[in-house]
Design a protein around this ligand. Structure first.
Ligand SMILES: [Zn+2]
Ligand SMILES: [Zn+2]
Length: 307
């Protein structure tokens, strides 16, 4: 399972975004989010002929069973030309939402023109979480990291569609890692689903969902019960936060069993509109699970929380 990208599902998602906009705190962010839904839909149509199916060789399958994700991070399957085209589509397509977004987009476009946000090197360094490089991009004071992250995530999501399609349920059985079996990135959200509340994690980049052991830290993998706890939010039967004392990271969780039946769940959207949970966890001294160590150490920023 993964974030939906087909027409009927995107239609439902648009409806859910409109409902969420009732909270004025998220209105502008959700304008960006819903524009990204439209742009993603048309961008998929434009690049679909280039999205070649992935052939699962015995070697790749063997490596997968040993715990390596389908996508090789060193050869991240986002060709430079396609990346440039999609960057253009997204950055230009987001124009007109409002003055502050337009201002940020102009800065990002300028950074592309001066070469910082361009090309194979940018993709590789971003995907590998390269310390110095990410610092040099994300420490630019006037850059809107949130916007950039949302755009990059949508580009990667489109390019990874063939890999999503390749990961069958049968192949996924036995995947025990806290990292995404498709692209190898950590999760940004979790969901409790079905009888007994099985835990599924949601990839911060490609949106894939996979089953994970419930009483284990998704980030450091430790299973000591005394080091793990969860926080419930008063008056909120739907969300909770899993905390790990050992690595000091937290994971936001939605209990799908307590959602009204008529309310579809989109975890990429849910991640954006649950910022109050980030504040609670961070006030208690925990850091977002997706935070890249490099950024955390040197720049006090994180990729998801660039938001
Ligand atoms: Zn992924
Ligand atoms: Zn941990």
């Amino acid at each position: 399972m993964s974030d939906c990208l087909d027409g009927s599902c995107l239609e439902l998602k648009r409806k859910r975004v409109e409902e969420a906009k009732e909270n004025p705190v998220y209105r502008e962010l959700l304008e960006v989010f819903s524009r990204l839904i439209d742009l993603t839909e048309s961008a998929i149509d434009r690049v679909r002929p280039d999205l070649k199916p992935v052939v699962l060789t015995p070697y790749v399958e063997e490596k997968f069973r040993e715990g390596l994700p389908l996508v090789d991070r060193k050869n991240f399957p986002v060709p430079e030309k396609k990346f440039e085209l999609l960057m253009d589509i997204f950055l230009k397509g987001l124009m007109g939402i409002g003055d502050s977004v337009d201002r940020d987009l102009h800065i990002l476009i300028d950074k592309r023109l001066d070469g910082r946000l361009r090309g194979r090197q940018f993709i590789e360094q971003f995907v590998m979480g390269s310390h110095a490089f990410l610092g040099s991009v994300f420490e630019i004071p006037d850059i809107n990291n949130h916007l950039l992250f949302l755009v990059l995530r949508n580009i990667f999501k489109i390019c990874l569609i063939p890999f999503q399609d390749t990961l069958t349920e049968e192949l996924a059985i036995g995947w025990e890692s806290g990292k995404c079996p498709v692209c190898g990135f950590p999760p940004d959200m979790g969901v409790l689903r079905g009888e007994g509340g099985k835990l599924y994690l949601h990839c911060a980049i490609c949106g894939h969902e996979w089953r994970f052991k419930r009483m284990t830290c998704a980030y450091c993998g430790q299973e000591l019960q005394k080091e793990l706890r969860y926080l419930e939010v008063e008056g909120d039967g739907i969300h909770r936060i899993h905390l790990c004392h050992l690595c000091k990271r937290y994971l936001k969780i939605v209990d799908e069993r307590n959602l009204p039946e008529s309310m579809p769940l989109f975890l990429d959207l849910e991640e954006l509109i649950t910022h109050h949970l980030d504040i609670i966890a961070e006030q208690q001294g925990y850091i977002p699970g997706i935070q890249m160590d490099a950024l955390a150490k040197d720049h006090g920023q994180n990729v998801s929380g660039l938001l």
